[in-house]
Design a binder for this molecule. Structure first.
Ligand code: AMP
Length: 125
């Protein structure tokens, strides 16, 4: 089910449970601001999710309500994860789904990093 409209943060969402250590993840990177881990159902040879540790529902929520330090920390961490994955050279795609029409399934802000092959057109025609 896609995330509908502007919803309050649900502390039982799957990423909140991963952050609390209640569910496992295949971790790539962690610092004070973010956790990055492999997507459980990869859509590309490399498919990693970067999530803030603080509770934001979506990019809309994060961009409006996160502190400058959180935004800087998150942005730099996404770049750091790409370097760890060694995809800077060949290239990669960042994606963040927001809300119902954006196709967001998990109501905790996250950025997808896709890489490992030529990714083709941005959206299906
Ligand atoms: P989105 O549609 O942007 O909300 O994407 C949510 C992503 O989370 C999907 O690509 C799922 O495969 C992924 N996902 C859901 N549960 C888990 C989990 N337990 N561990 C890793 N990835 C997950």
């Amino acid at each position: 089910m896609a995330v509908k409209g502007s919803v309050p943060y649900d502390p039982q969402n799957v990423f909140a449970r991963i952050l609390r250590g209640e569910l496992p993840c295949n971790k790539v990177y962690e610092n004070d601001y973010v956790l990055a881990f492999h997507d459980i159902a990869p859509k590309a040879p490399i498919h990693v999710l970067v999530i803030p540790k603080a509770p934001y529902v979506s990019f809309a929520d994060f961009s409006q309500n996160a502190s400058e330090a959180e935004i800087t920390g998150f942005t730099r961490a996404v770049g750091q994860v790409a370097r760890i994955l060694q995809v800077d050279g060949p290239g990669y795609r960042l994606l963040s789904n927001v809300g119902e029409e954006g196709g967001q399934e998990v109501p905790h802000f996250h950025v997808h990093i896709f890489a490992g092959r030529a990714l083709g057109p941005m959206l299906p025609e």
